[in-house]
Write a protein that binds this ligand. Structure first.
Ligand code: AHR
Length: 517
């Protein structure tokens, strides 16, 4: 090649590339406090534990006789770990299992409890040793709100209304008396109730019209009894983008019977080929993140329908199942949904929680699927060992947003590009807590590039910042039983704060949470 031509074209190339690169790696956030900003409900940081695989048995519950330190059969290390992330609520007993579950099978003397087959998850024997008392006492030990999912698919109206009476009635009644006979004097006062789960699928393959009618019937017979907070009834919601489902429910269920409408969305590459949990390519990572970020569009569209029927914003959107879903770990039962948890999961968690925070005027609860040993778990157990996953640490870093006031933001972000496709590289949310501290959570999902983010905070009176980062060398990195502390949050100071403007470099696939005082 001619030298002059080469140099010339090099200069042209460099000249053309420079501004694009600069533009490409610069995100800009304007924080815009308003007087009417919503509170970010702590319930957005909720969890979910189903009778599935090693979630309850061998996850939470090891039994009182276990050598693993436990409280009433529930492992102490897990209780402590969940308390440390201020677990606000726990959904139980399913999932699909909920619509096969008959709660009376799980109360009273163990020898009288029937052993059943868990038909949804691995066909294993369910001996019902973990039942209503175990779960609600666990919630008390955790200091968390229980969220009970009622059986509509194969149960009856009486069965569900009796369950409510059993856990919420203080006076004399058949169910309150039975509870006392079983050793519990005071009701637990359960507020959150799911009226069936995935009624379009495992809950009974219903049409939305049929379910809306059934919902009205079930909800009518659910009385609050002595629960001073009243009942919060959640209708089984849409499968992802089934907007018609939300439309029919909102149109046909009277407001006095409904407090929340659910939505389920998993970050999945392809339901027929979900890919490995740890040995994934960048292409697979990109597709997973595309699916995770789709949550924003889903919420916008479902909320638009809710706005039409409920302009006063009285009914909430409850994303009671979300998270990454991959093929199970090799050698494990396919029905147990056991998967490892990598930096990819941390990216899903950070970006999804930012989405929920930014929609906190309508999204009042979300439940990560699932707490331990199933799907995007925060903890994994093996015998007496327990490890905490990158997702756990994201939830820990984000506790600062619990019940804080949202600071609305305007975000301009560079793209994360791969094979001609693109995604927004940066996601963010901000809040101010009761003590007046400002928190900003920033996620850079780009697999290769660090990104510079400038945040204009001139409207807030902040003097200084501290920051924490979650990052690792490889996207596939994870904590293992051999190396349980490989990924943990660390303090971070690669930022400048001058005249109300923060400039911060976010490394590739990392999460930074800043605290401004
Ligand atoms: O979380 C696993 C399963 O996913 C739940 O049981 C069901 O509701 C959903 O399809």
């Amino acid at each position: 090649m001619n030298k002059i031509y080469f140099l010339g074209s090099l200069i042209v190339t460099l000249f053309c590339m420079q501004p694009i690169q600069a533009q490409n790696s610069q995100a800009n956030i304007q924080v815009k406090p308003t007087d009417d900003a919503p509170i970010i409900s702590k319930h957005i940081y909720g969890h979910f534990a189903e009778h599935l695989g090693r979630s309850i048995y061998d996850g939470f519950y090891v039994g009182k006789e276990s050598t693993i330190p436990n409280t009433d059969g529930v492992r102490n290390d897990l209780i402590e770990a969940l308390k440390a992330i201020k677990i606000p609520n726990l959904r139980w007993p399913g999932g699909c299992f909920a619509d096969t579950y008959h709660w009376m099978d799980g109360i009273g003397a163990q020898e009288d409890r029937p052993a059943i087959v868990n038909t949804w998850w691995g066909g294993v024997t369910e001996d019902n040793s973990f039942g209503t008392h175990n779960f609600l006492n666990l919630c008390e030990a955790l200091g968390t709100e229980p969220y009970l999912a009622g059986n509509v698919g194969s149960g009856t109206v009486k069965e569900l209304s009796d369950w409510v009476q059993y856990v919420n009635h203080n006076g004399t009644s058949p169910m309150a008396d039975l509870r006392r006979e079983n050793g519990r004097e005071n009701p637990w006062e359960v507020t959150y109730w799911g009226v069936g789960n995935e009624m379009w699928g495992c809950g009974g393959n219903m049409t939305p019209e049929y379910y809306a009618n059934l919902y009205r019937q079930y909800a009518t017979f659910m009385s609050a009894w002595d629960n001073k907070a009243g009942l919060y009834r959640i209708a089984s919601g849409a499968n992802g983008s089934d907007y018609n489902w939300t439309e029919v429910l909102m149109k046909n269920i009277p407001k006095n019977l409904l407090e929340g409408v659910a939505l389920h969305h998993y970050s999945v590459i392809d339901w027929n080929n979900k890919g490995s949990d740890v040995a994934f390519t960048e292409e697979q990572y990109f597709t997973t993140m595309k699916s995770a970020l789709f949550m924003d569009e889903l919420i916008n569209k479902h909320v638009a329908i809710m706005d039409k029927y409920d302009p006063q914003n009285e009914i909430d959107l409850i994303v009671d199942e979300w998270g990454g879903w991959y093929e199970v770990q090799e050698g494990t039962n396919p029905g147990f949904l056991y998967q490892q948890n990598t930096m990819r999961d941390a990216m899903i968690a950070g970006a999804s929680l930012n989405i929920f925070n930014n929609h906190s005027n309508r999204v009042k609860m979300a439940n990560l699927a699932q707490t331990v040993n199933v799907l995007q778990a925060v903890a994994l157990t093996k015998g007496d060992q327990m490890i905490l996953t990158p997702t756990y640490y994201v939830l820990k870093m984000y506790t600062v947003h619990h019940d804080a006031t949202l600071l609305p933001i305007e975000l301009k972000t560079p793209d994360y590009t791969l094979n001609g496709d693109k995604l927004p590289a940066i996601s963010a949310s901000a809040s101010k807590d009761a003590a007046g501290k400002t928190h900003i959570s920033l996620v850079n999902i780009d697999a290769k590039k660090e990104n510079m983010v400038t945040v204009d905070l001139s409207k807030l009176n902040i003097k200084d910042f501290t920051a924490t980062i979650l990052s690792s060398d490889k996207l596939q990195d994870h904590n293992s039983f051999d190396n349980p502390n490989k990924i943990q949050p660390k303090s971070f100071n690669d930022f400048k704060f001058k005249k109300g403007v923060l400039e911060i470099k976010i490394p590739a696939f990392s999460i930074v949470v800043l605290e401004g005082n």
